[in-house]
Design a protein around this ligand. Structure first.
Ligand code: PLP
Ligand code: MN
Length: 384
């Protein structure tokens, strides 16, 4: 509405009078709502068809609005990477949260039991017996049991138990505490998500799944058959669902898709499965050098560890980019072609969506060229 556009203009979101994408103040994190909803619907129907549940990872979006859309499409709840994210989404009304990294300090464990009292369904991983003891003591004192999942290291040594024996021993220890509820296991193969070749990714995931199945068999023998077997990501969701060992998938990046994942062949098809819903709008601020211009989105406008961004719109095909410092990016036209003009808009694809989102206060949500909503990045900066 005009009143909303006026408010957005006053708050610096728009440089023009119209609530259109073209008048966004740049750099802006833009979310294409139709693409987002199609990505959510595609993963929801995929999971349903493969008889597996979804608990999407909110580390990608850090947004209560997007979590609600995923839950409305059938997800059990969402995963959070950190306690701070879970607190932020819990405060925003998301009731079902699974924290996928260990919470170990006394201060954090105190916050954890406070969050446990507020939301209806909280879980977290544990990978060490000492941590299980600390969690059990805090939960006993707080008077509400904590639901825990044993994190198993798939071989990358980031987090997780180091062997089948350590996994069974930890599950047994948890099951013995009255203040802890043993709910299952987590097995997240982070490195495998990004193996570009589909056949190689499939072969390596099959080998890792055999390791997991060996542990599941030992747990069952010990009377500790896990109710939940959670893991997977956007890169392996298809392979994991076909194998069928996980009871739920913790896919994250599929909602947005970044360039890194779009070059992976996610389902062994020759076309992308998900759309690049998350984009960065930038604008030409200097156009004095031959064959190139400078736009207003540099190192502070996106995660950079995957290299400079690819141009989606606003420059001739074949144009490339190069970082020009904290605030600036060069857009270089192919030989003999003209770069965009001063003040024109250029749309970029974030090289890596999760850390890019954390740099912005809000999503500018568009439907076609119309700005329809502005959503906060609810858990922005809540990394502890
Ligand atoms: N689960 C865990 C533990 C993760 O760390 C991540 C992402 O890094 C995900 C799930 C989501 O993976 P993806 O972004 O590949 O979908
Ligand atoms: Mn990521």
């Amino acid at each position: 509405s005009e009143a909303t556009s006026e408010a957005w203009r006053l708050h610096g979101h728009l440089i023009g009078q119209q609530g259109s994408r073209g008048s966004l103040n740049t750099p802006a994190l833009v979310l294409d709502l139709d693409m987002l909803d199609r990505n959510i619907a595609e993963m929801a129907s995929f999971a349903k068809a493969h008889n597996v549940k979804l608990r999407p990872h909110s580390k990608t979006h850090k947004s209560a609005d997007i979590a609600r859309r995923q839950i409305a499409a059938g997800a059990l709840g969402v995963c959070c990477a950190k306690l701070g994210e879970a607190e932020a989404l819990g405060e925003a009304g998301i009731q079902s949260l699974h924290i996928t990294s260990p919470v170990v300090t006394p201060q954090a464990i105190q916050r954890l039991v406070e969050l446990n009292a507020k939301v209806s369904d909280l879980m977290l991983v544990v990978d060490h017996p000492d941590n299980a003891e600390a969690l059990a003591a805090a939960a006993a004192k707080a008077g509400k049991p904590l639901t825990v999942i044993v994190d198993i290291d798939p071989g990358i040594h980031r987090t997780g138990t180091a062997s089948p024996e350590a996994t069974v021993a930890l599950a047994q220890k948890i099951a013995n505490f009255r203040s802890l509820t043993y709910a299952g296991v987590q097995f997240y193969c982070g490195r495998h998500q990004h193996i570009v070749d589909f056949k190689q990714r499939t072969a390596e995931i099959k080998e890792r799944t055999e390791y997991l199945q060996g542990i599941l068999a030992k747990l069952e023998e010990a009377g500790l058959k896990p109710g939940i077997v959670t893991g997977s990501g956007t890169g392996t969701h298809y392979i994991d669902a076909k194998i069928g060992v996980f009871t739920e998938l913790q896919v994250g990046s599929y909602v947005f898709m970044d360039h890194d994942y779009n070059v992976c062949d996610l389902r062994g098809l020759d076309k992308p499965t998900f759309e690049q819903a998350l984009q960065i709008d930038a604008r030409v601020v200097s156009a004095n050098a031959p064959g190139m211009v400078t736009v207003d989105a540099g190192l502070k406008a996106m995660a950079t560890e995957k290299g400079p961004p690819v141009i989606l719109k606003g420059a001739v095909y074949g144009s490339t980019t190069r970082f020009m410092g904290d605030e600036h990016l060069a857009v270089i036209a192919p030989e003999g072609q003209a770069p965009p003009k001063l003040a024109e808009q250029v749309v970029l694809t974030p090289p890596h969506c999760d850390p890019t989102v954390n740099l912005y206060e809000s999503y500018h949500v568009v439907k076609g060229d119309t700005l329809v909503e502005i959503w906060p990045v609810t858990a922005r900066g809540r990394s502890r």
